[in-house]
Design a protein around this ligand. Sequence first.
Ligand SMILES: [Zn+2]
Ligand SMILES: [Zn+2]
Length: 134
Amino acid sequence: MTTASKVPHTSREKLVVSILAEAGRALSAPEILELAASRRPMNKVTVYRILDRLVEAGIAGRHSAGDRTMRYCLAPCAGEHGHGHFYCTGCGLMECLDLDAMPIDRAALETALSRRVDHLELRLDGLCEACRKR
Ligand SMILES: [Zn+2]
Ligand SMILES: [Zn+2]
């Protein structure tokens, strides 16, 4: 994360990075477009191009959600060894989870797999608190 090539170059890239940082959850490209609109309107193609670049540079992560729309968040925005998401099937919001703080037994996984596990990615689908109360 310290190499110059990983630093966002353009003001648009910086804006997308700050939108992702402020959100603290995974956003879809349309959500990013909407949040950018009041600050610096961009077209869809531009946003997708910027997101591709950020993913390539390892700044952002691209994650599939239950609705098949990709979501983007800063990587790693949560745990160092694991990044997870909770996708709400009710409202479509995708939260980032710190898997390092979850009760996941990495050693047991490694034993079961007979492999070394360096990084964990997990998506949980369900209903968020607000949707559960509806
Ligand atoms: Zn919800
Ligand atoms: Zn995330």
